[in-house]
Ligand binder design. Structure first.
Ligand SMILES: [Zn+2]
Length: 425
């Protein structure tokens, strides 16, 4: 039996992002389709129509109404890159960086990812679940309705499966939409670093044991690799991702974050759904992505938090026709923020995007980076009713009040996901 229709009424603006069901490129990114004086009708978890309130009331008699109280209604944010399952937060490293130690030097001293790996291996599945449940609940409070969550602090078969089972439990328990990614190739584990043969043994473990086990249990939709000088080479990354693809997983790549190592070119050539970071991308990498269907996912919070002077060349990507997504990179070491509006601020003030481009990057193109652009990321007929309501009057206020959280409520498939304000819904 179908549920009664719900009308979302009295929004000062409805930012629909309506358009084709795919990643937006170039000039397409510069129109988030901001409508005033319209309401949104939702039934059975989907958007039925967007139009003048009087028309919708006439068409849907007896509909329940949600009063948006003059706020701005947007598609729920799609945070397409996080490392949301971890144990101890690494606040100690922030001061080390301030004192002049860089990310790779901290890693060489056993900090960075290795310290999160040591920590996660000691924790039980239940403990990790409780920590992540609270953290992802906070993430939802910023307007996010879909979040990708990676494994990658286990780096053994058992600990990676443990992490992915935590992610599965989160998706069964939380009202958020969660997309799981296997990132067993996040680092070369310390116990595999003493010889070339030992390193090779870990790549073999990934390809012959871990990926088949993850695919068999249906624990991930994507596989990802950290392709970077000193971590996985382009050849290793290709081998690992090709094995993942053959096992039925979609592909992502941490590419050209700190050095230009050919990651963007690899992502484009193997048909990865997204290439992420890209602050050090080469001209050839931009050209390769422009010729592909790969989304460039930029993570400006990471460069800010690491104190790096150089952000990814977002304007050059857009001008070359590469679809750009924005995400938080929420993780315990290099980007401990879940605030997508703050990422919009960095998108405009540091990456020099327009507000419309930044909003499309965090909705439609975030959805495309998760191969979900035909279902979520826009408020348009037939799309899943994933919505976020903010107590601002103009969408340009989202990046403007920087660091603030103006989200008052979200809905996933038409059902309340997060509510701050009393009385909404
Ligand atoms: Zn990452």
């Amino acid at each position: 039996m179908s549920e009664p229709t719900t009308l979302f009424v009295n929004a000062s603006e409805v930012v629909t992002c309506a358009g084709p069901p795919r990643a937006r490129r170039g000039g397409e990114m510069n129109d988030a389709v901001v409508q005033s004086g319209v309401a949104v009708a939702v039934a059975d978890g989907r958007v039925v129509s967007v139009g003048p309130l009087a028309d919708l009331r006439a068409r849907h008699r007896g509909a329940r109404e949600v009063d948006c109280r003059g706020g701005v209604l947007t598609p729920g944010f799609v945070d397409s890159h996080t490392h949301g399952v971890f144990g101890r937060p690494r606040y100690d490293e922030q001061e080390l960086r301030a004192a002049g130690l860089d990310y790779m030097e901290i890693a060489r001293r056993g900090g960075g990812i290795h310290s999160s790996v040591r920590d996660l291996r000691q924790r039980s599945e239940d403990e990790l679940f409780r920590l992540a449940e609270r953290r992802l609940g906070r993430l939802a409070s910023f307007g996010t309705t879909t979040v990708e969550v990676k494994s990658g602090y286990g780096l053994t078969l058992e600990d990676e499966l443990k992490t992915l089972r935590v992610i599965r439990r989160l998706s069964e328990t939380l009202p958020l939409r969660i997309v799981p990614t296997f990132l067993g190739a996040h680092e070369i584990p310390l116990e595999h670093r003493d010889s070339a043969a030992s390193r090779r043994a870990y790549v073999d473990l990934l390809v012959h044991d871990m990926i088949p086990a993850v695919a068999r249990e249906g624990l991930a939709r994507f596989a990802d690799v950290f392709c970077e000088t000193g971590v996985y080479t382009v050849d290793e990354s290709r081998e690992i991702l090709t094995a993942a693809r053959d096992a039925g997983l979609l592909m992502k790549l941490h590419a050209d974050e700190l050095t230009s190592a050919g990651g963007a070119e690899l992502a484009a050539s193997i048909g990865a759904t997204s290439a992420d970071h890209l602050a050090a991308v080469s001209d050839a990498g931009i050209a390769a992505l422009a010729q592909s269907s790969t989304v460039a996912t930029l993570l400006p919070g990471t460069m800010l938090f690491l104190g790096k002077p150089k952000q990814a060349p977002a304007r050059r990507f857009i001008d070359a026709g590469v679809p750009v997504a924005l995400a938080t990179d929420f993780n315990p070491g290099t980007s401990p923020t879940a605030n997508v509006s703050l990422i919009l601020t960095l998108g405009v003030s540091q990456l020099r995007l327009t507000v419309a481009e930044a909003v499309i990057a965090a909705t439609v193109n975030g959805a495309a980076a998760l191969a979900l652009a035909d279902r979520i990321g826009q408020i348009a007929e037939g799309y899943t009713a994933d919505l976020a309501l903010f107590d601002v009057e103009d969408v340009r206020e989202l990046p403007y009040w920087y660091g603030d959280n103006r989200c008052v409520a979200t809905w996933v498939a038409g059902k309340p996901c997060y509510t701050r304000d009393l009385g909404v819904g």
